[in-house]
Design a protein. Structure first.
Length: 114
């Protein structure tokens, strides 16, 4: 089982990034997918969630209206489009897959700074 995140980097405030998480080794379409993030000295927090059943999405209050989660079951990939980025969005972003078990990726760093 693998979850491999990509797309992180350094971006100026107000900029955009698109994170990808490529899954392998399990039936991706049957798993709920989420993005979490963890900033230095803080707990890991849920950023966005997308259901495996109906595509329903949920977002943290802090990112609602700026971030969009989506999935492509044909490509076994989940995305996080991040717009209007703020310095407080700086964190290590993790991909998460949940059904009866939980899988985590290794994370991709997002740094928002001028």
């Amino acid at each position: 089982v693998q979850l491999v995140e990509s797309g992180g980097g350094l971006v100026q405030p107000g900029g955009s990034l698109r994170l990808s998480c490529a899954a392998s080794g399990f039936t991706f379409s049957g798993y709920h997918m989420s993005w979490y993030r963890q900033a230095p000295g803080k707990e890991r927090e849920l950023v966005a969630f997308i259901s495996s059943t109906d595509g329903n999405t949920k977002y943290a209050v802090s990112v609602k209206g700026r971030f969009t989660i989506s999935r492509d079951n044909a490509k076994n990939t989940v995305y996080l489009q991040m717009n209007s980025l703020k310095p407080e969005d700086t964190a290590l972003y993790y991909c998460n897959a949940v059904r009866l078990v939980v899988y985590w990726g290794q994370g991709t760093q997002v740094t928002v700074s001028s």
